[in-house]
Ligand binder design. Structure first.
Ligand code: SF4
Ligand code: SF4
Length: 131
């Protein structure tokens, strides 16, 4: 959920957002109350860390305001969204669940620039911390 789009929240529904060790540390050390790893992190069968859902939404989604409760410390993947990495095709794609990708990625250049950052993030921060 981005500040630019207050009426949607699709990206926070049934999230499968991957977390890096840095993401987890930043969120855990934030000012948010009652944030413990057990509350928001789950491990996938591939050994990666992922955000948990409650009642169909990310644990940090506030359904009354449609906003992210930890916006300033949200995971890196939420910052890249709606650009995501398709690991089967090995390319970055705009997620079909986002109705307004052009708000964030208006042209091919912005898409390509962030794609490089996503690949670097996955290689250096996510796969590196895989358990
Ligand atoms: S951390 Fe925030 S932006 Fe990311 S999925 Fe959860 S509620 Fe949405
Ligand atoms: S799905 Fe797209 S338009 Fe909807 S809140 Fe997320 S980034 Fe914004």
């Amino acid at each position: 959920m981005k500040n630019k789009c207050v009426d949607c929240g699709n990206c926070c529904r049934e999230t499968e957002m991957i977390l890096s060790a840095r993401d987890i540390e930043r969120i855990e050390n934030s000012d948010s109350k009652n944030v413990t790893i057990a509350n928001f992190v789950k491990k996938t069968k591939d050994g990666l860390y992922q955000l948990k859902n409650i009642d169909g939404y990310c644990v940090f989604f506030d359904a009354t305001t449609n906003l992210c409760k930890i916006y300033t410390v949200r995971p890196q993947g939420c910052r890249f969204y709606p650009l995501i990495y398709d690991s089967d095709k090995k390319i970055c794609v705009l997620d079909q669940d986002c109705p307004r990708p052009e708000l964030f990625y208006p042209n091919k250049q912005s898409h390509m620039k962030t794609c490089k950052k996503i690949v670097r993030f996955l290689e250096k921060q996510v796969l590196f911390t895989k358990l």
